[in-house]
Write a protein that binds this ligand. Structure first.
Ligand SMILES: CC(C)(COP(=O)(O)OP(=O)(O)OC[C@H]1O[C@@H](n2cnc3c(N)ncnc32)[C@H](O)[C@@H]1OP(=O)(O)O)[C@@H](O)C(=O)NCCC(=O)NCCS
Length: 160
């Protein structure tokens, strides 16, 4: 398993990986149609291409050599603040250290940053536990704007 920068030729595979992982994770929370609607926009190759070109960002994949196991994206928001916008491991590859590998690589990619932040769906207990085990603490929560009954938890970790 190795972690490398994502390229344009990965985008179709990443699109499929994100759709698969989001359905496995969020269908029970948002419903199949809700997740499909999210995926059609936020996981489209057109949108992923924009992420790839975003200044002050890192877009990385975990590659087994045979397939992509996971994907992650983070962007510098302010001088010392970096925000993780995606971290997804294919369901069949979860629980083997891939998420930890991707997160560590993101942390190392922004040596000038002192703080890493992210948002996670309140009902996504597995992800919240994963982030807590990796040094993140919860510091706030807000209702998700477009989803009834959904809450988003904010988490952060001091770097360096
Ligand atoms: C949350 C998520 C990113 C975590 O990634 P992951 O690859 O499953 O996480 P890891 O394998 O690195 O760590 C999880 C567990 O595996 C264990 N682990 C770590 N390295 C391991 C290894 N080499 N072999 C076996 N297990 C290992 C960890 O100790 C941890 O166990 P614990 O939770 O009992 O402490 C992943 O589950 C995921 O993509 N979920 C769906 C999408 C999602 O929720 N994304 C986050 C949205 S904000």
């Amino acid at each position: 398993m190795f972690v490398r920068t994502a390229g344009e030729r990965d985008l179709e595979t990443i699109r499929a990986l994100l759709a698969e992982t989001w359905h496995a994770t969020y269908d029970a929370i948002y419903g199949v149609e809700g997740v499909t609607a999210i995926s059609e926009h936020w996981h489209s190759v057109t949108w992923l291409k924009q992420l790839l070109r975003q200044p002050r960002s890192e877009f990385i994949v975990a590659d087994t050599g045979a397939e992509l196991a996971g994907v992650a994206h983070a962007v510098m928001k302010e001088d010392e603040l970096v925000e993780v916008t995606e971290l997804d491991v294919r369901p069949s590859m979860q629980g083997r250290g891939v998420g930890g590998l991707l997160l560590a690589e993101l942390e190392d990619s922004f040596p000038e940053c002192r703080l890493m932040r992210l948002e996670v769906e309140e009902k996504n207990q597995r992800a919240r536990d994963f982030y807590r085990a990796n040094g993140f603490v919860e510091f706030g929560r807000r209702p998700a704007t477009q989803w009834v009954d959904a809450m988003i938890v904010s988490m952060e970790k001091r770097l360096g």
